[in-house]
Write a protein that binds this ligand. Structure first.
Ligand code: FAD
Length: 279
């Protein structure tokens, strides 16, 4: 049976320099050949990359891709967010990933920011059904959650406010995803929940990110990655095998698509995608 890639999407972060932008344009061109449903571009903590995100999505849109800028209130007021929404509409953008976002490091607590459900509500109020809205969710529970129940309750608030689909934080344990999807169905959350997939290419970076965002690297995987840490090619090959298996389990179990965290690299997503299509 051939793999349905029609709901595969790819995420970038906005580069900080003109040279980085040029490099990302080349990565975007390379990954466009795979034909993802859309590319998303993150919004730096606290809105710190507002212009960079806008420049990247505008260029990708002009190159013919469907794009979804990530967005949060961060430190902005409603007027600034509204102006950005209008610019996006004018640029032919029809999809958004709406978030609370995190605070830039050293800038206090993101809990002072407005929750994602408020942003979804605001976008719906101001722009009706123009945008398809994705939101974030957490099969292994958001690190600041009071409890599993409250996390589900707040996820449902985003759906009730008008979210169309959700993308998960990455994870390496398929059962965490399947259990979460079951819990969501019991809580009356009926939108597609697309697994976020993080390729494994570098152990130190992955360990650092995972500690920060509450994604668990299972012990067996940690031990193997530690062992391979200084053999770049062997680690990449092993990571590809592990993540291909994970994606296959997820798709076989009914995941409605996959969202790849590319880390602005073409190679890891391309190899993963090709494995999934060929298997
Ligand atoms: P929310 O859904 O608002 O939830 C945040 C926390 O508050 C949770 O613990 C929730 O349980 C709780 N909560 C929610 N509503 C309420 C309420 N009404 N009262 C009390 N508590 C509440 N970060 C960025 O800065 N930029 C990005 O571009 C970005 N992209 C992301 C994309 C994906 C797919 C994912 C999974 C995460 C992304 N993040 C990004 C990280 C995200 O911003 C953080 O995980 C952030 O801490 C939570 O954002 P959220 O939208 O899930 O928040």
């Amino acid at each position: 049976m051939s793999t349905d890639t029609s709901h595969f999407s790819i995420e970038f972060f906005p580069p900080r320099t003109p040279a980085g932008e040029e490099k990302l344009d080349a990565v975007h061109a390379e990954l466009s050949k795979l034909g993802p449903e859309f590319f998303s571009v993150t919004y730096g903590a606290g809105g710190s990359t507002r212009e960079g995100t806008k420049r990247a999505v505008t260029r990708f849109r002009e190159a013919g891709s469907r794009v979804a800028p990530h967005l949060s209130f961060g430190g902005s007021d409603e007027g600034e967010i509204l102006a950005l929404l209008h610019d996006y509409k004018e640029a032919g953008i029809d999809r958004l990933v709406c978030l609370r976002g995190d605070a830039p490091s050293g800038m206090g607590s993101a809990s002072l920011y407005r929750y994602a459900n408020e942003l979804v509500e605001f976008v719906r109020k101001e722009t009706g059904d123009h945008f398809t809205i994705d939101v974030a969710c957490y099969p292994e529970v958001h690190p600041q959650s009071r409890s599993v129940e409250s996390d589900l309750e707040f996820f449902k608030a985003k759906v009730d406010a008008g979210a169309d689909s959700a993308i998960t934080q990455y994870f390496y344990n398929a059962d965490a995803y399947f259990g979460f999807v079951d819990d969501c169905a019991r809580a009356g959350i009926n939108i597609p929940i697309v697994p976020g997939i993080m390729p494994i290419t570098n152990y130190a970076n992955l360990a650092r990110f995972s500690a920060a965002c509450g994604a668990e690297i299972p012990r067996w995987l940690t031990k193997r990655l530690e062992f391979l840490e200084h053999d770049d090619q062997a680690l990449r090959d092993f990571g590809l095998e592990v993540v291909t298996d994970l994606c296959e389990q997820l798709l076989a179990g009914g995941a409605p698509g996959l969202h790849f965290y590319s880390m602005n690299q073409a190679d890891s997503v391309t190899r993963l995608w090709q494995n999934l299509v060929e298997d």
